[in-house]
Write a protein of this length. Structure first.
Length: 479
């Protein structure tokens, strides 16, 4: 009987005989971050079996005393604790995967997860809870009104009932709190929730492949760079003041590594003998980042993204704002700094013909533009995103700040939802169709009417890499 390709998950029969071994690994190196600096930790993986793609990194934070209600950013959950994730060949130092500004990257990927999965699974596993539900009960400004079978709008829905506004501003049935298990209470630090991130969330190529650790004598290590302890990790809810350092609970920090051994037909040895040289091709993501103001965006920016002579398949661009102190673009919010700001809502003055909310987007490489005319319609930009990444599970108001839907009265943990969620999920994604990038690299051409502020323009470029495993050594090259 022939041996399937044990690297490719899709090639392995579902009834193939396996044995699973699990290790709870401690960090080999650990340094906590500070209010101004990132931290670091590493896990050394032993040489055994195939590393399962659903192995888990367990994380928990110690809440600050005097802060009764805090929570992870609702769109990315516990991923806010991670600034960068690296998968490295331990002895040679070569890098297989390296995801920078991981929280922002995860905010993009998380939009592709259905609302139902967030509500029924992810809010218990990794802290992501973005799910929408129709609202049939509303506050009119004077009394509660039941609209019956006709919904007046939508709001976040985590399975809990909306309760009274704690400030008494918007009245009854207008404030949604997180579920109590998810609350981080400084008065009960031992009850702070523990969450996990799967290995294929940290390194997306592992969604379709797995690593034969037993064939790599050089060993692999997972390196995690922690986000700053203040501002970046959590948001504050009802009754809590902002600020404070949320540190990692070392007792909860573990990497749960699952190793797969295929027991059928002596598969492990036969696979090794049949494949003295193994070639793995996979994607990695390179981050190109720049800082601009709304005035520069209004005039139009042209930024070099690099990637000279690389095989680049996709590009994803977002614009994010972050506050240097507590604010609506840091910890006094729902999604913290892991927002993706859209241009202003499109309007047209009938008398003057003046239009606001404009946007123009294009990429240039190999001395030609990806689009013959820059994309100026937000619906076109959305369509290109779906072609590149898939359908994002966000509403029109969240994506482009148009269309309406959120009520101005409803809140989440005392934060007005329409203020902090509308126009915070705008993503520009493109499949590159002109082949390998040449020596001139890639240019981003972008302009638009964006709200006032300073922006981090991030473009994640997906490019090809290859790992060659031979005689116990692993060599990584760019395609």
């Amino acid at each position: 009987m022939s041996i399937p390709n044990l690297i490719r998950l899709d090639d392995i029969p579902s009834d193939y005989g396996v044995a699973v071994e699990t290790d709870l690994l401690e960090t080999s190196t650990f340094q906590e971050g500070t209010a101004t600096q990132t931290g670091y930790a590493s896990f050394n993986l032993p040489q055994k079996g195939f590393l399962h793609s659903k192995s888990k990194l367990f994380l928990s934070l110690v809440p600050v005393a005097g802060k009764p209600r805090s929570y992870y950013p609702q769109n990315i959950g516990v991923a806010s604790v991670i600034s960068r994730a690296v998968l490295r060949v331990r002895k040679s130092g070569q890098v297989l995967n390296d995801i920078s500004d991981f929280g922002n990257f995860h905010s993009i990927k998380s939009t592709m997860v259905s609302n139902e999965v967030n509500k029924e699974l992810n809010q218990y596993v990794d802290g992501r809870t973005v799910n929408h539900g129709f609202r049939h009960i509303r506050w009119t400004g004077a009394a509660v009104e039941d609209t019956g079978s006709e919904a007046y709008g939508y709001g976040l829905n985590n399975g809990r009932e909306y309760a009274n506004d704690p400030q008494g501003v918007t009245g009854e049935a207008t404030n949604l709190n997180q579920l109590e298990f998810a609350n981080m209470d400084g008065g009960a630090p031992s009850e702070s929730p523990s969450y996990s991130l799967s290995l294929d969330s940290l390194f997306p190529f592992l969604k379709s492949q797995q690593i034969p650790l037993y064939l790599i004598e050089q060993g692999l290590s997972i390196e995690i760079f922690w986000s700053k302890t203040a501002l970046d990790r959590v948001c504050f809810g009802t009754g809590s003041t902002t600020g404070g350092n949320f540190v990692i609970d070392r007792n909860e920090l573990k990497f749960c590594a699952d190793y797969i051994t295929y027991t059928q037909d002596d598969a492990m040895n036969r696979f090794r003998d049949a494949n003295p040289v193994i070639e793995m091709t996979f994607p990695d993501y390179r981050l190109a980042k720049t800082t601009v103001t709304e005035a520069e965006l209004a005039s139009g920016i042209v930024r070099s993204l690099g990637m000279n002579n690389r095989l680049v398949s996709r590009a994803i661009t977002i614009l994010s704002r972050e506050d240097a102190a507590s604010g609506v673009d840091s910890d006094n919010s729902i999604v913290n700094k892991y927002n993706m700001i859209s241009p202003a809502a499109s309007t047209k003055n009938i008398a003057t013909g003046a239009v606001t909310g404009n946007v123009k987007y294009n990429l240039k490489y190999k001395s030609r533009f990806e689009f013959s005319q820059s994309l100026e319609n937000k619906a076109e930009i959305f369509t290109e995103l779906t072609k590149s990444e898939g359908l994002p599970f966000v509403t029109r108001q969240e994506y482009s700040n148009e269309g309406g839907g959120y009520s101005s009265f409803i809140k989440f943990e005392n934060h007005v939802q329409t203020t902090l969620l509308a126009g915070k999920f705008f993503i520009m994604g493109t499949q590159l169709t002109n082949g390998r990038v040449e020596s001139d690299g890639i240019e981003l051409h972008l302009s638009g009417d964006f709200p006032a502020g300073t922006y981090q323009v991030r473009t994640y470029l997906e490019y090809g890499r290859s790992a060659r495993i031979e005689d116990g050594e692993c060599e990584v090259v760019n395609l």
